[in-house]
Design a protein around this ligand. Structure first.
Ligand code: COA
Length: 507
């Protein structure tokens, strides 16, 4: 056995389980439920799914795939586009599988990411025939140490009949020790999760499994697919500045201190740019308690702004992958990776008082947010952890540019075409136009603030006109709407490729 492999394989008897990717892929039976490691293109198994995709070109093969969150191209593109995925959950972001979901060829179960573990415990997801998990090592005492994400792997490992390990020897050995694996017990007899501080370690450095469940080990050197976020532009920078000013006002009001509260920041370019905004600010000793650590978090650690960061995955652009993984020792005592059941746990989010910042696709004048469905019917990515955080956070903030598609679409509409986060879970809205602090406000008060502060000037008259007429039409109901018109902006977009309408001149 090659010495690089030997170093990572603490239980020497497991050497007999080493097989090729094709041999491991041949173990997966048609029609079964397969759990896979991976969360937002990080820590996913790669060579076995790729071999599975090859196999599916020559024989009937359809499986249900559950993961932590979105995976790289091997699964959410290659395996999906050969038609080998019947059902997929709980989050995707690749255009390949997105298209298949929107043509009805893949059944998709979009779910709060903290909920999956309970669904596995209750047998709603399952029986899980195989877990395919990427690991950086198997320790001498038999712990499987995941790579750049933990996701749902601990619960899958507990319930899966068989485990196939992709031992990825290209990941730095210094990943060993950054994980903190804690699996809550059964509901009904469960103890409180023993964490009162984000920096606390409550579990083990790897996933403990009965060794006889390990069916095969495949050696891999495939790197994670890099994250695809784009750098901040002028508008996202403006949104970051608006948010920082809001935090300053909260400090002045005595509700926050200069180190704020633990920060969660969502996936995507906008959320990353907003977090980057802290770099040249006066805030310090920040703590991140998120789901994904994107580029911004490591830049903030380097800038001395973030002192600790916890999440369930590390998803970086190519440039940051080189910087961070080439130098992981520097960050090792400042980061921890936990299962998504823990990183997104309502009990902890509420206890630790998180500030959560997520991105909306669209929102309405009363503060309801759509994060998932384009024009109400077409899946974008999924709700991810945004609901876990927004509902339970101390402060649930949503950011979005006020317009999309070159200005044809207003991100603020009379009524959202799909609801992911209700008005009750949305505290603050930020666009490049301004901010609406909705806390303690009734629907009509919220609408005025959102319209005046957050809507793009091109749509302001149009949305004011709708709101005023809705009040007139309902005689001042709690949440005024003209039902025949509430979704007319989306109808107009479908027919005329724009949400813009003629607004009659005021009498
Ligand atoms: N109507 C139609 N399309 C819209 C839109 C709207 N109101 N608002 C945005 N879009 C489109 C953009 O045009 C862009 O399309 P493109 O890829 O064809 O260019 C795409 O949606 C992404 O928008 P962008 O402005 O680039 O934002 P983003 O990369 O920050 O992603 C979400 C935004 C909402 C898709 C993303 O944050 C997401 O999936 N969120 C849900 C999950 C989540 O919040 N998880 C957080 C917990 S970690």
């Amino acid at each position: 056995m090659n010495s690089r492999i030997e170093k990572r394989l603490g239980v020497k008897e497991l050497a007999s389980k080493i097989v090729s990717a094709a041999e491991a892929a041949a173990l997966i039976e048609n029609g079964t439920v397969v759990g896979m490691s991976g969360f937002t293109r990080a820590g996913d198994a790669k060579v076995v799914p790729e071999a599975l995709a090859e196999r599916a070109k020559n024989e009937p093969l359809k499986i249900d795939v559950y993961t932590g969150a979105s995976l790289g191209p091997e699964v959410d593109n290659h395996l999906a586009t050969v038609g080998a995925i019947r059902k997929r959950g709980p989050f995707i972001a690749d255009a390949g599988i997105r298209n298949l979901i929107n043509t009805g060829d893949v059944t998709y179960v979009d779910a709060h990411l903290s909920h999956n573990a309970e669904l596995v415990r209750q047998g709603i997801i399952g029986p899980i025939k195989h877990l395919i998990i990427e690991a950086v090592a198997i320790t001498e005492d038999g712990l499987i140490v995941p790579t750049n994400s933990v996701g749902n792997s601990p619960i899958f490992a507990q319930y899966a009949e068989n485990i196939i390990i992709e031992l990825n020897i290209s990941h730095p050995e210094s990943l060993i020790g950054i994980h903190d694996i804690y699996i809550p017990g059964e509901q009904g007899s469960r103890e409180p999760i023993p964490m009162t501080d984000v920096q606390q370690r409550i579990g083990e450095i790897g996933i403990r499994v009965p060794l006889e469940k390990i069916q095969a080990i495949v050696i891999s050197e495939e790197p994670d697919a890099p994250s695809l976020i784009v750098p901040a532009d002028e508008e996202t920078q403006t949104m970051a500045n608006i948010l920082l000013d809001f935090f300053r006002a909260e400090i002045k009001a005595g509700r926050l201190t200069n180190s704020l509260m633990p920060l969660q920041s969502g996936v995507g370019s906008v959320a990353n740019a907003v977090l980057e905004g802290f770099t040249n600010s006066e805030f310090e000793d920040l703590v991140v308690a998120s789901e994904v650590l994107q580029d911004a978090v490591f830049n903030l650690i380097d800038a001395g702004k973030v002192k600790f960061a916890a999440a369930t995955s590390i998803t970086l652009t190519e440039e940051l992958q080189k910087k961070v993984y080439g130098n992981l020792e520097k960050y090792a005592d400042k980061i921890v990776l936990r299962s998504q059941e823990i990183s997104n746990h309502p009990e902890l989010i509420r206890r630790l008082g998180l500030i959560s910042i997520n991105t909306a696709l669209e929102l309405d004048i009363y503060g309801n947010v759509n994060s998932t469905h384009v024009s109400g019917t077409k899946m974008m990515n999924g709700i991810g952890g945004s609901g876990d955080f927004a509902r339970n956070a101390r402060l649930g903030i949503f950011v979005t540019k006020s317009y999309a598609k070159g200005g044809a679409v207003s991100s603020i509409v009379p009524m959202v075409s799909h609801v992911d986060h209700t008005e009750h879970d949305v505290d603050v809205i930020v666009t490049e136009q301004g901010i609406a602090d909705l806390r303690g406000l009734a629907p009509k008060e919220r609408a005025k603030l959102i319209i005046e502060n957050c809507v793009h000037p091109d749509f302001k008259d149009q949305i004011r006109d709708y709101f005023n007429r809705a009040i007139e039409a309902t005689g001042g109901h709690q949440t005024p709407h003209i039902l025949e018109e509430a979704l007319s902006w989306h109808v107009n977009l479908a027919k005329n490729k724009t949400m813009k309408q003629e607004v009659p001149a005021q009498a």
